[in-house]
Design a protein around this ligand. Structure first.
Ligand code: MLC
Ligand code: AMP
Length: 457
């Protein structure tokens, strides 16, 4: 089944219904449909055919939504790139994905209004057709493009519509970036399937978003924990029926404070780029703080000894990584790299990760990527990056460095270089200079000992 079997109930069947609010304008599903057809015409005129890739590094906008739909219609593989990525990070994705075109803020965007607003013949679409590549940095080595198919997105949207009762009467305020699956898969895809009214923001900015909340009065809100931490500073939050948190651990004290102040029990769920949504606390039923709830209907979750690693199986799991053939699943199961525990009644608790992944404000940071950059600096002999707790962001990266003998270098110079080459959220918040890094008998850096070197913020 391809996605338009689901979308067309709204794109065509409810063409006059208000669909998306963007910068004060409201667009119907029919207007979204027509504009995406024109962009599809423009893409075809650039030579795009099914299977071609399009890389897009743009902030949230109406155009990005319409462009994504246009790609889906032609079977063009949509590849969103984090707007914070610098040349080094973007270059890797462009080399890996070999797109026909790279659209980014530095260039004039296409004017597609000269193309027909009628729908082009849909490409030869099937459930297995790859809809998007979402790059997620591997714990080992550079980022890999998770191949998310029409079936993956369709299953995710139908599952969320069902377990969260998302419907055409809902109003979703979407402040998440559309270059990650939280904003794209749970926000945009589910909106097109459930047909609710969506107000899209370019990004979450505490004061501005508070005003949007008050004026739009959403019934549903999806956020990462950092957003809920920031919302605790708001004077009021209009009563929405559902606040969902994910992408990073939601601290129990944040859950409690939000409930105390705004009377709303945040619903926590668990997802991954490679597997979209995996588990969720129930809409009706016990929302067990500190857990990520129960496996979605149709998804299987196991926690396997000896590492208590979380394994996932289901139609939500992506088709593999772009350009990397070979075993993606282990006896049909996807290894998440997360450590967890399953209660007798099926509630999943996440207790950390096998890798030294750092999640800061919901963005993934792989220390190896920063360490490799730091070790390219001639003045640095050794580098280790670890996550340090942060009240708002969850964790922030800190670099422990050993200077090359005789090198004259200061932290600000190093951090200045990082700011030019790495996305801002990856730039270490502090530099700790050490004579040497703690290593075990095998010579492996003992990162767990470094926290003690860092001391309080
Ligand atoms: C943050 N920045 C942005 C941005 N979000 N710039 C442009 N567009 C955006 N959407 C900038 C900030 O200005 C800051 O720049 C830097 O990035 C770091 O931001 P921050 O430290 O995080 O603070 P803040 O600006 O307050 O942003 C907080 C935030 C943002 C929560 C609004 O971090 C955010 O939107 N996080 C969501 C990430 C996400 O969608 N994760 C889902 C992954 S998918 P500077 O220059 O001042 O440093 C996944 C699967 C699943 O995990 O389960 O969902
Ligand atoms: P990403 O690779 O960006 O999709 O991030 C996926 C990772 O985010 C998962 O493997 C988890 O480590 C983490 N994650 C997602 N949701 C939660 C959650 N509710 N609680 C804790 N960690 C989470």
């Amino acid at each position: 089944m391809h996605l338009f079997h689901l979308f067309d109930e709204n794109l065509l069947g409810r063409a006059n219904a208000p669909a998306l609010e963007w910068q004060g304008q409201t667009y119907t599903f029919g207007e979204i449909e027509a504009a995406s057809n024109q962009i599809a015409g423009w893409l075809a005129a650039q030579g795009f055919v099914a299977g071609d890739r399009l890389c897009v590094q743009l902030p949230n906008s109406l155009f990005v939504v319409q462009l994504f739909l246009a790609c889906l219609k032609l079977g063009v593989i949509y590849i969103p790139i984090n707007v914070l990525y610098r040349d080094r990070e973007v270059g890797h994705i462009l080399q890996d994905a070999a797109p026909r075109l790279f659209l980014h803020a530095g260039e004039a965007l296409p004017s597609a209004s000269g193309y027909p607003s009628s729908r082009p013949n849909l490409g030869v679409l099937a459930g297995s057709t790859v809809a998007a590549l979402i790059y997620t940095s591997g714990t080992t080595g550079p980022a890999k493009g998770a191949m998310l198919t029409h079936d993956n997105f369709a299953f995710n949207a139908m599952a969320l519509r069902s377990i969260w009762n998302l419907n055409s009467e809902d109003r979703l305020l979407l402040a998440l970036p559309l270059f990650h699956v939280h904003g794209l898969g749970n926000g945009i895809l589910t909106w097109l399937v459930a047909g609710y009214r969506l107000r899209l923001l370019e990004r979450f900015e505490a004061k501005l978003t508070e005003q949007e909340f008050l004026s739009f009065r959403p019934t549903v809100f999806f956020g990462v924990p950092t957003m809920y931490v920031r919302m605790l500073d708001w004077a009021a939050v209009p009563p929405a029926r559902l606040f969902v948190s994910g992408s990073a651990p939601l601290a129990e004290h944040t859950h409690a404070a939000f409930r105390e102040k705004f009377g709303a029990p945040i619903l926590e769920r668990y997802g991954m780029t490679e597997a979209l949504m995996i588990a969720s606390n129930p809409l009706h039923g016990e929302r067990r703080a500190g857990t990520v709830g129960l496996a979605l209907p149709g998804v299987k979750v196991e926690v396997r000894p000896p590492e208590q690693e979380v394994f996932v199986q289901g139609p939500n799991v992506c088709a593999g990584y772009w350009g990397r053939p070979g075993p993606f699943l282990e006896d049909g199961w996807f290894r998440t790299g997360d450590i967890g525990a399953l209660s007798e009644d099926g509630y999943l608790t996440l207790n950390g990760r096998k890798s030294d992944l750092i999640i800061s404000s919901g963005f993934n940071i792989y220390p190896r990527e920063i360490e490799e950059y730091l070790l390219e600096q001639p003045e640095i002999q050794e580098a280790a990056v670890i996550g340090v707790p942060d009240a708002a962001k969850g964790e922030v990266p800190v670099a422990c460095l050993v200077a090359a003998s005789g090198a004259k270098i200061d932290a600000e110079t190093i951090l200045g270089r990082c700011r030019e080459s790495l996305a801002s959220f990856k730039v270490p918040r502090r530099v700790i200079w050490l004579d040497r890094l703690p290593r075990n008998a095998l010579g492996k850096i003992q990162k767990h000992l470094l926290a003690g070197e860092i001391g309080p913020q």
